[in-house]
Design a protein around this ligand. Structure first.
Ligand code: HEC
Length: 248
């Protein structure tokens, strides 16, 4: 059959297009029924090391979204050598399983931030956010000095409840709390407790003093707390190289 016959006959064109598309669909969908899990298991001594954000980090993440940081920064290190050399281990699916919505992004005007946590000091982040060009001369990142204003943490419990609806294990009842202690350990479980969200936020801000000003809890505190956590939940030294390859 000449190709022209297909191109000039809507019936043939539609029929053959559908066949080609369904082959593509089958190739993508069928394997999903044969692999057990697409999300890696990341346990150390029986505890999940990837956990939901504390109330302060959660507010930091809200600000990250509000300010549109994702329009210039991705949070997904791809499994290529150059990316691993620059940013560290490629991102695991498990590392963003509690992110709603995830912040993988698709635009890198600035560097990927998936493993920026602990890379710089808090002071560096504050200075950089207030005036990026004071630390990186050629930076084109905007100034975010206005984040040095008091953080609003009303609705905190409702924000956490909303995430709970989509499967993030924040706890409200005693049973849920106990389940979190078993899954993440007591230190983390405490931070996931909706009933003490506000108190936890204040305590973490006071202990971390992220913005260098101990009097006030600011949006800067929350954002820096969030940035310092990014990519730090998995200690890759504790896993042998083949471990994560099993899930690919
Ligand atoms: C217009 C694009 C743009 C926006 C919007 C933007 N950034 Fe940046 N960012 C950059 C560029 C470019 C760099 C690299 C130069 C530098 O370090 O300033 C950078 C660097 C960074 C770094 C240092 C990364 C590293 O590994 O050295 C951090 C952290 C960062 N940005 C956080 C943020 C946060 C948080 C926001 C939102 C409040 C934000 N950025 C918004 C462009 C942007």
């Amino acid at each position: 059959m000449k190709h022209e016959t297909i191109e000039t006959n809507a019936g043939w064109l539609i029929g053959l297009t559908l066949i080609v598309i369904s082959i593509g669909g089958l190739v993508e969908i069928v394997p999903l029924y044969f692999i057990e899990d697409t999300i890696e298991e990341v346990k150390v001594e029986g505890k999940d090391t990837i956990h939901p954000y504390s109330s302060l980090e959660l507010r930091g993440r809200d600000i990250y979204q509000r300010e549109g940081c994702y329009t210039c920064h991705s949070q997904m290190i791809r499994p290529f050598r150059d990316e691993a050399l620059r940013y560290g281990h490629y991102s695991l699916a498990a590392e963003s399983k509690f992110d709603h919505p995830f912040q993988w992004g698709s635009k890198r005007t600035g560097p990927d931030l998936a493993r920026v946590g602990k890379k710089y000091s808090n002071e560096w982040h504050v200075q950089h956010l207030i005036e990026p060009r004071s630390v990186v001369k050629e930076s084109i990142m905007p100034n975010y000095g206005f984040l040095m204003k008091p953080l609003s943490y009303k609705n905190l419990a409702n924000r956490m409840r909303a995430l709970k609806v989509v499967g993030v294990p924040y706890s409200e009842s005693k049973e849920e709390y106990e389940a979190n202690v078993k899954r993440f350990g007591e230190d983390i479980a405490k931070n996931l407790d909706i009933l003490h969200a506000e108190e936890n936020l204040l305590a973490q801000a006071a202990a971390g003093n992220y913005d260098g000003n101990a009097d006030d809890v600011t949006e800067m505190d929350a954002l820096v707390a969030y940035l310092q956590l990014l990519g730090t939940m998995v200690d890759f030294n504790k896993f042998d190289e083949g471990h994560f390859a099993k899930f690919r």
